[in-house]
Design a protein around this ligand. Sequence first.
Ligand SMILES: CC(=O)CC(=O)SCCNC(=O)CCNC(=O)[C@H](O)C(C)(C)COP(=O)(O)OP(=O)(O)OC[C@H]1O[C@@H](n2cnc3c(N)ncnc32)[C@H](O)[C@@H]1OP(=O)(O)O
Ligand SMILES: NC(=O)C1=CN([C@@H]2O[C@H](COP(=O)(O)OP(=O)(O)OC[C@H]3O[C@@H](n4cnc5c(N)ncnc54)[C@H](O)[C@@H]3O)[C@@H](O)[C@H]2O)C=CC1
Length: 294
Amino acid sequence: MQSAIKNVTVIGGGLMGSGIAQVSAQAGQNVILVDLSSDVLAKSQKSIGANLGRVAKKVYKDKPQEGEKFVAESMARIKTSTDPAEAAKSADLVVEAIVENMNVKHKLFSQLDAVAPNHTIFASNTSSLSINEICSVVKRKDRFGGLHFFNPVPVMRLLEVVRGAETSDATYKTMMEWGKAVGKTCITCKDTPGFVVNRLLVPYICEAIRLYERGDASARDIDTAMKLGAGYPMGPLELADYVGLDTNKFILDGWHKKYPDQPLFNPIPLLDKLVAEGKLGVKAGEGFYKYDKK
Ligand SMILES: CC(=O)CC(=O)SCCNC(=O)CCNC(=O)[C@H](O)C(C)(C)COP(=O)(O)OP(=O)(O)OC[C@H]1O[C@@H](n2cnc3c(N)ncnc32)[C@H](O)[C@@H]1OP(=O)(O)O
Ligand SMILES: NC(=O)C1=CN([C@@H]2O[C@H](COP(=O)(O)OP(=O)(O)OC[C@H]3O[C@@H](n4cnc5c(N)ncnc54)[C@H](O)[C@@H]3O)[C@@H](O)[C@H]2O)C=CC1
């Protein structure tokens, strides 16, 4: 599938941004990966190299030299930067994957809107915030939408393409084509809280945390139950650690503020406690479980 997009700027070099940069580069796109921290960028490049190696091992099983070439060429397509505005100047598409905070996203997009070329499409990878609200600060509302990937990006095959109230047909079509070009199956969703997957997944994870908090079952047993009893690849508490407990909390707090009468979105004292203690899950070395720090 051909895409009109050739140059992608991915802002946020964390868990999601590094995966989005990887799949874009793998698909032949020129990528600039941006983060405020050069340490994060160095870590991201390392993990992208390792993950491309896993892909190469699978795709070029009997042709190790071609596998090495694939890794080297994909890596060469990814440049890094700590300057979002400069990196947006050459972009056909900007995919934002920074912290799940409306004010921070507003600040970034208003800065980018002033410098990015006219044709550049802006997209947010937000898990839970409203696309219409995020794009309220830009003039190019017709060239703005949601591109919601799933963790781990190189493995999960879905991309939710979200149309805001003012997303044009042309922008929507380009986003769908780009999603296919980077190897994803795209579904379309309105700008509704959590889109499809998170509207179902987040309340499920939260109910599992409440079950554990009440002492109804151990963490291990809750996870085993959902893996063996419902066929999920990970249990809900393992998944919460994998997504990041801070991200889970950002989502829940945002929805609780917006929909205070919905009990599914009520704060969870145990989640708040773990986040306050810096136990953010896999990335921090501890959440519901302990992990080797990467
Ligand atoms: C919060 C939001 O807004 C939205 C979200 O993202 S919600 C979270 C959505 N994600 C999920 O639900 C993930 C559920 N978990 C899973 O699907 C699986 O446990 C998993 C894919 C993460 C790992 O699978 P696993 O079988 O336990 O581990 P593992 O054997 O290491 O990996 C499986 C395959 O994926 C590959 N893989 C795993 N992580 C990878 C990565 N980061 N990059 C490239 N390849 C990777 C492995 O190489 C392996 O490939 P083969 O089977 O072909 O050898
Ligand atoms: N963690 C997950 O499973 C998923 C998260 N998301 C969404 O993706 C976004 C990013 O999430 P993660 O990658 O998990 O977070 P993360 O914390 O791993 O990475 C965010 C990165 O953004 C950087 N950053 C913050 N402000 C910035 C700015 N103004 N300019 C440039 N870089 C900046 C930070 O330094 C950090 O490295 C969030 O909106 C989240 O809701 C979407 C799907 C899944």
